[in-house]
Design a protein around this ligand. Structure first.
Ligand SMILES: [Zn+2]
Length: 134
């Protein structure tokens, strides 16, 4: 990947995973550049198809484009950080839990395993820290 493109994508994310919104500052490993639409589905390596993802989001998303909405059972596309707005699809509670507000939000929360125990614990700890810092 072109170094300028890489730098642009990294800068655009402002240091956050574009799926679960966790900050890079809490991780020693660098977040990865991810294809929103995977190569496998003819996704291109262009800015409008790339996003920054933490290793857990990246691993769980893989080449997935969709999943099953746990509420309705309907086939539903995943959240697209390039065309969707996070707060329209998710809310993060002070407990660290991320709740899906829409079918896309619920499906993405499930497929990307946002609420795995350790991830929730980390978000809750960050939330506590942020409250103290204010
Ligand atoms: Zn993430």
């Amino acid at each position: 990947m072109d170094a300028n493109l890489r730098e642009y994508v990294v800068d655009r994310s402002q240091g956050f995973c574009e799926y679960c919104l966790i900050s890079q500052r809490y991780f020693s490993e660098r977040f990865q550049i991810e294809h929103v639409i995977a190569h496998q589905h003819r996704g291109e390596t262009i800015a409008s198809n790339l996003a920054i993802a933490c290793s857990r989001c990246n691993r769980h998303k893989g080449p997935n484009l969709a999943g099953i909405d746990p509420e309705s059972g309907a086939l539903t596309r995943l959240f697209n950080p390039r065309s969707d707005t996070w707060i329209e699809h998710f809310v993060q509670r002070s407990s660290g839990i991320i709740e899906g507000l829409t079918a896309i939000g619920r499906t993405t929360t499930y497929v990307l395993d946002f609420n795995a125990e350790r991830r929730v614990e980390l978000r809750a700890a960050i939330e506590k820290l942020a409250t103290k810092e204010l």
